[in-house]
Ligand binder design. Structure first.
Ligand code: CMC
Length: 439
């Protein structure tokens, strides 16, 4: 097959098949913003050919109107609003409503929505038995995968995915219970009792309260920490078809229940190439240890024979600064100042590492810039979160994005089970030999 030649008009694309001297016209579709796409759905029927794109580097898997990324310009929008604008003028509850329902809530809708979410913050008391069953040193993400999946064993009244009421109930429960589960996972890991949610608090305040308060003492929620956490939650809330979101959609395409789908999303997020990069980034800063060792680690990151990569650097879609990383870096500076930390060794090292990497030809040529995980770990650390909780907090924030995409997928009238094909490279047909004839 030849290189493709665009037809004069923008609405079709012509493929030339040299094998049969045949031309195939395919429709070109355009969204409101961003790329045009070649609609290849009829390709197999018309040519007997499939397309090959491991890792989906050139493939859109669905239509979506939830979030938009312009990777060249470093733009991220939720439902048309720039993420910077949302961070400046909205809170996480606004963003949850926006992602679920398409626009920001007015004051009345916001109050009702907040009440609906907070109503579901508690866990069924029996769920706490699960935590006791895990090894005490379990990673909170391991606990989160298990407990979130287990929610489907408790909330049978919300499992009919064809019912909008069930889907809304399941969505609210997931958003509301995720912080309670994540915090309980941490509390069990340190041998402290779980802290029940306090519904008079905001979403972010509740996270801090359930993580850090003790039954024996008053806990003062620092407004600087709440502000930083709100920003963290907003920038992590959605990111179009990221790996975990695609996993949730793919899992849900079979009709699996929402709790199972979100558990699949949590599992996918855990990987260091995705949400696990915030924890891995801190581990890397520890490994580097001091500024004078930066050249050694930059050399390793550039060495094709060394698996080491700069964690928190690079992104499939962004070929310029990830707008979330800018927000996280500014938040980092502000939070440390407000907490009276004038000299944070992690921030110092990260800033120097960023500066040197951005000056380096290798990173410039490959368009590798810091992503949000580069700075978010430093923020969470300054707030007192152990690094094992970093990805769990990402999962808390992203749950709303996952459920918004899951709902969108279920409601899509063109929905089909996600079932990719493969380029088979195994043995061709061969007979089974009797055991005594096998070598
Ligand atoms: N350090 C060093 N080299 C890198 C890095 C890095 N962090 N990221 C990419 N490269 C190189 C890579 O070696 C490859 O080089 P070559 O073309 O010579 O083989 C080239 O850049 C392209 O990399 P790729 O792996 O083919 O790109 P990708 O789009 O498949 O992967 C990525 C994107 C995020 C997985 C990758 O950049 C990475 O592993 N980064 C570090 C982990 C990380 O920070 N992940 C968080 C992503 S943001 C959170 C989210 O939204 O999920």
């Amino acid at each position: 097959m030849n290189d493709d030649n665009r037809s004069g008009r923008n609405d079709t694309y012509t493929l030339t098949d040299n094998r049969h001297g045949q031309q195939v016209e395919l429709p070109v579709a355009a969204g409101t913003d961003g790329y045009q796409v070649i609609d290849i759905r009829g390709l197999y029927d018309r040519t007997g050919l499939l397309t090959y794109d491991p890792g989906f580097t050139s493939t859109c898997s669905c239509e979506s109107d939830i979030s938009f990324i312009d990777g060249k310009q470093g733009i991220l929008r939720y439902r048309g609003y720039d993420v910077e604008d949302l961070v400046a003028r909205a809170d996480y509850m606004d963003v949850c409503y926006l992602l679920l329902f398409g626009d920001l809530p007015n004051a009345e809708h916001k109050q009702i929505f907040r009440k609906e979410i907070t109503y579901h913050t508690m866990l069924h008391e029996q769920i706490y038995y699960f935590f006791r069953g895990f090894r005490r040193d379990s990673h909170p993400m391991a606990v989160l995968c298990g407990v979130v999946g287990a929610l489907s064993a408790f909330y049978h009244d919300a499992l009919d995915i064809t019912s909008p009421a069930h889907r809304t109930l399941a969505s609210y429960r997931l958003i509301a219970k995720m912080p309670t589960i994540a915090a309980a996972a941490y509390r069990f890991s340190i041998g402290h009792p779980p802290v029940y949610p306090d519904n008079s608090l905001t979403f972010g305040e509740n996270v801090l309260h359930m993580m850090f308060s003790e039954p024996t003492e008053d806990y003062h929620i620092d407004p600087a920490m709440t502000r930083a956490l709100e920003r963290f939650l907003i920038v992590h809330a959605d990111h179009e078809q990221g790996t975990s979101t695609s996993t949730v959609r793919m899992t849900g395409s079979s009709g699996a229940n929402p709790f199972a789908c979100i558990a699949a999303g949590v599992a996918s997020l855990w990987g260091p190439a995705h949400g696990g990069a915030n924890e891995a980034g801190m581990v890397m800063l520890d490994q580097i240890g001091s500024k004078d060792r930066i050249p050694e680690f930059l050399a390793r990151a550039k060495d094709p024979n060394d698996p080491f990569r700069l964690m928190g650097f690079g992104h499939r879609v962004y070929q310029s600064i990830d707008p979330r990383s800018r927000i996280m870096r500014d938040t980092c500076h502000e939070l440390l100042e407000e907490l009276g930390v004038h000299d944070d060794p992690y921030l110092d090292l990260a800033l120097e590492l960023e500066r040197r990497a951005l000056e380096d030809e290798y990173f410039a040529e490959k368009k590798l810039y810091p992503n949000m995980n580069f700075y978010s770990g430093i923020i969470l650390r300054a707030m007192g979160f152990p690094r094992s909780m970093f990805t769990a907090l990402f999962a808390v924030a992203r749950t709303v994005g996952w459920v918004a995409h899951w709902n969108e997928m279920i409601e899509d009238p063109t929905r089909k089970i996600s079932r990719p094909r493969q380029l088979y490279t195994g043995e061709s047909k061969r007979p089974v030999k009797p055991v005594q004839e096998r070598i």
